[in-house]
Design a protein around this ligand. Sequence first.
Ligand SMILES: [Zn+2]
Length: 390
Amino acid sequence: MRKPLIIIIILILIAITITVFVPPYIDKKTNTVLYKEPIQISDAARQLYDSLPFIADFHSDALLWDRNLLKKNDAGAVDIPRMQQSNMALQAFTIVTKTPYGLNFNSNSADAFDMTTALYILQARPLSSWFDLSERVLVQCRALHKAAEKSEGTFRVISSKKELESFISDRQQDASLSAGFLGIEGLHCLENKLENIDEFYKAGVRMMAPVHFFDNEVGGSAHGVKKGGLTPFGKEVIRKCESKNIIIDVAHCSPALLDDILAVATRPLVSSHGGIYGTHPSVRNLTDQQLKAIAATGGLIGIGCWEAALGGKDIHATAKAMIYTARLVGVEHVCLGTDNDGAIASYVGITGLPLLVEALIKQGMSPADIALVMGGNMRRFLLENFPEGE
Ligand SMILES: [Zn+2]
């Protein structure tokens, strides 16, 4: 063989090796679950958990990691077998498209090196998505739809009220059924084009968070540089999303952006994941006043499961934030928003969620209210706010 050919073959082998081994390694290191099996909980907590009719979570970035969702993975928290194991009905799969290097809560520039580009290349995702944010969205949407197709009916992607209704009724016959719906974290992926909202909607996206970790064309992030309000383009985005019944997720908004969205939004808002200032003062978290304002829209507040947002070392911090929020704005506005697989060390993942029920019981929440925060509220909200469907 000629020398150049040998070099090309060696380079290809190196590339294949990197693609096969490096992304799962990064996934495993980046997304961890802190609790150790087996779960030690009271019989009352176990019985209540097993009897919950609808467990749901408003935020997971599992699609970013290019896992096979049909098999139980070593890495992270979320896949379909673990949803089934956990009696979990519905998971929001939120799409991340750009992640500035040096990620922190205080200030990130939109121009910083983008770690998602590197990840997409390492994962050997379709070439069209390597440098194109809107393609990155579509690639992740397709991955979830493909998982549903291959699941032999055990998992489905929900995109309307009608589909959610039939899922709820089918699941009453077969509790092993699970479902997901698609959301986006950060509308820089619109690439300044309003019509991309239609593209993403067609691909199944039903929730959109205007910003993620940096300021973008829509508005300012709580972790951005300027942390400004809604831009004129951003106003059009909100209007268009609302006209299509796409849920607006205000997680990561700067205070100015949240105020502006509250001023123009006409439909209920959601904060899909995070903590609250009342139990953990942080730039990441919602103040009492912001919680009240979101609740006043008829909205939902998703409480997360990791230390940087919640402040505590274990799931009791999540229970504490849920109870605080329920007392402040009403339990009907509180739900789970884990941020599992969002580059966090999750207290419980999803297989450890019975520990949350145990913590809520210990901190005094009633079984009826626990059923609401563990998924009942999300079910009601989505039935009220998803597009009708055919
Ligand atoms: Zn997030």
